[in-house]
Design a binder for this molecule. Structure first.
Ligand code: MN
Length: 130
């Protein structure tokens, strides 16, 4: 069975682009437009990877990642942050919230799938509990 990826992204164009690229590469993709829907789907689907936009309306991606980490049902799921704000320090903030990695927007359509595949690889470290 192909790996499942949950994309949590409020921007429709980005959500569609990421979904199209990953589906074309053979992944099963589920998408959510809000952190709340993302948390619900994460519990239901237990995806192999969650791509989490950090900037979401309402609950943001950092808060959602912390919520995933605190729930025993989702605490071991791998989360990779997606953010348009390639600010120095963001990576450390994302890691402290429980993200395993970091991808920047705009999406580079030539390298995106390869970057994602590294995080889906079973050899990539899963989150450790504090
Ligand atoms: Mn956003």
């Amino acid at each position: 069975m192909s790996p499942r990826i949950l994309v949590v992204e409020d921007n429709p164009a980005n959500r569609e682009l990421v979904t199209d690229l990953l589906e074309a590469a053979g992944y099963q993709v589920h998408a959510a437009a809000s952190a709340e829907d993302g948390l619900r789907l994460a519990r239901e689907l237990r995806p192999d990877l969650i791509l989490m936009d950090l900037s979401l309306p309402g609950m943001d991606g950092l808060e959602a990642t912390r919520a995933l980490r605190q729930d025993a049902a989702t605490s071991n799921l791998r989360v990779v942050a997606l953010t348009a704000h390639a600010m120095k320090g963001d990576e450390a903030i994302a890691e402290r919230a429980g993200c395993s990695g970091y991808l920047t927007k705009p999406i580079d359509t030539r390298s995106f799938v390869e970057s994602v595949s590294r995080f889906v690889d079973p050899g990539y470290p899963t989150p450790t509990q504090d």
